[in-house]
Design a protein around this ligand. Structure first.
Ligand code: DAT
Ligand code: MG
Length: 160
């Protein structure tokens, strides 16, 4: 069986979650899963970063509303690390439309809307790498030993 690849991924805690006081509950999900937090900051998003981040949606009629929503409060950007973490975090996040997202997922448990769906999560390894760079400067991503890793992964997974 493949041992897994150590990856980093980007999560944004969106304005609806900030307003509803869900930051702690959302962060707990990732912590409880055994993921390692390597970067976190609160930031206001400008039009330029939103155009880049949502470039795949720039032509959609809902883009202006999406940009306005994402600027309605600062967001909290987090970088999480772990084996195959990009895919794991997408699974924990759930599908875009909150009211149809699987129960147990973050969107499934905390949201009802397509646009107010509490978090963003990178959708591929390539996009995750670009998004972590977009939201964090080099010095804002931290390396450290996570002591609980010996109980999160088997030894052969850790040393792969
Ligand atoms: P995801 O966030 O699940 O990766 P996406 O990349 O297709 O979904 O879209 C990014 C965000 O844009 C999504 O979280 C909410 C918003 N959005 C997508 N489709 C929408 C729609 N039909 N109406 C309103 N907002 C939408
Ligand atoms: Mg997306």
């Amino acid at each position: 069986m493949p041992k897994g690849v150590l990856e980093q991924t980007l999560v944004l805690v969106k304005p609806d979650a900030i307003q509803r006081g869900l930051f702690g509950a959302i962060t707990s999900r990732f912590e409880q899963k055994g993921l390692k937090l390597v970067g976190v900051k609160m930031m206001a998003l400008d039009e330029a970063v939103l155009r880049e981040h949502y470039a795949h949606l720039a032509d959609k009629p809902f883009f202006p509303g999406l940009a306005k929503f994402m600027q309605s409060t600062p967001v909290i950007a987090m970088c999480w690390e772990g084996l195959d973490v990009v895919n794991t975090v997408r699974k924990i996040t759930g599908i875009t439309k909150g009211r149809e997202a699987e129960a147990g997922s973050i969107r499934g448990d905390f949201s009802m809307s397509v646009s107010c769906n509490v978090i963003h999560a990178s959708d591929s390894v390539a996009n995750a790498a670009a998004e972590v760079k977009r939201f964090f400067k080099g010095g804002e991503i931290h390396g450290y030993d996570k002591s609980e890793y010996v109980n999160v992964y088997a030894e052969d997974e850790l040393n792969a």
